[in-house]
Write a protein that binds this ligand. Structure first.
Ligand SMILES: [Zn+2]
Length: 318
């Protein structure tokens, strides 16, 4: 068996408990992005048969067959000297579905290198549109929300009159794509999953964004939230959908802005950066939204302000 030399890429990088916050965030983003990448097979020498993403079929792009060959076997080992697939070896070593998919991959002539491509684009390049859809399909939220309800929520979110950065944070939070300690621990990063502020509960997305006991005074500034009941195991998406059902749009915009500010409060506190005191949160949120709306109105009437001064939000293409 030919154990070809292999260059390890960034996708092999691990994350230790002493890793910096930026590095952990990078690993976090990488986990999302790499979910849509797979190897395009050239000579096969760079690609591990069992560990790498190379089967041209979503969503894992990995073989599902048991490891009957050595764990270090590369795709090049499945080829004959001529570069053609070793069909007999493949059919004897893999389950029929895997074998068919492997044999459907064109064999390159010569010594073309293997390369990483974005599976969801004809040219192999990442695009926001395809990233958006792979993102939706990768949501880790265990909520039993139906597609209609989920779609209705996303459309509602895109229409909120709050800055684009606020919608993006909520969008990521609904997918559990914010680097809270519990989310990081679930992704295999060696961190304590406890909340770094109250140190009492797992820092889930919902805990970090709303439920942490340290946020009690901020929550009390949102009287429109009194009717919202929290349930055990509720995800952040469940929470948002429940809020959408029970409070008016203007209050949803206040809530979105408050949650955005709460997340930054958490990060500032983590890094000992001074931030506004909690008692001033409601005032800050209200005046920020007022300024934002006035700026939008000024743009709409074409007076007083440059269009570059206010973030514009374009929903992902459908
Ligand atoms: Zn907490």
């Amino acid at each position: 068996m030919n154990n070809s030399a292999r260059t390890y890429s960034v996708t092999d990088a691990a994350c230790g408990s002493s890793s910096s916050y930026l590095w952990r965030s990078f690993i976090w983003g990488r986990d999302i992005i790499t979910a849509g990448y797979r190897w395009c097979i050239g000579d096969g020498s760079s690609v591990r048969v069992y560990d790498d993403q190379w089967i041209p079929w979503p969503s894992t792009f990995k073989v599902i067959s048991p490891t009957s060959l050595g764990t270090m076997t590369t795709v090049a080992d499945l080829k004959l000297f001529s570069g053609a697939w070793n069909e007999e070896l493949i059919r004897n070593s893999f389950l029929p579905d895997d074998a068919s998919l492997i044999l459907s991959i064109p064999c390159s002539s010569g010594n073309l290198s293997d390369k990483m491509i974005w599976h969801y684009d004809k040219l192999g390049s990442y695009s926001v549109k395809s990233g958006y859809y792979i993102g939706l399909s990768l949501g880790t939220n265990p909520s039993p929300l139906g597609l209609n309800q989920a779609e209705s929520w996303w459309k509602f979110l895109w229409r909120l009159k709050v800055p684009a950065k606020v919608k993006l944070l909520l969008w990521r939070a609904c997918h559990n794509w914010v680097p809270s300690n519990d989310n990081l621990a679930r992704r295999g990063v060696r961190v304590e999953n406890a909340c770094p502020i109250c140190k009492r509960w797992h820092e889930t997305t919902l805990h970090a964004m709303w439920c942490c006991p340290s946020l009690k005074s901020i929550r009390s500034m949102c009287p429109f939230m009194r009717s919202i009941k929290l349930a055990d195991g509720m995800s952040f998406l469940d929470f948002m959908v429940a809020c959408k059902k029970q409070i008016i749009v203007a209050d949803m915009e206040l809530l979105a802005m408050t949650i955005w500010r709460i997340w930054y409060r958490r990060n500032y506190m983590l890094h000992n950066v001074p931030t506004i005191i909690d008692d001033e949160m409601a005032l800050w949120v209200t005046s920020f939204l007022t300024d934002f709306r006035q700026a939008k109105a000024a743009i709409a009437t074409g007076i007083g302000i440059s269009s570059t001064d206010v973030a514009a939000w374009c929903p992902p293409e459908s």
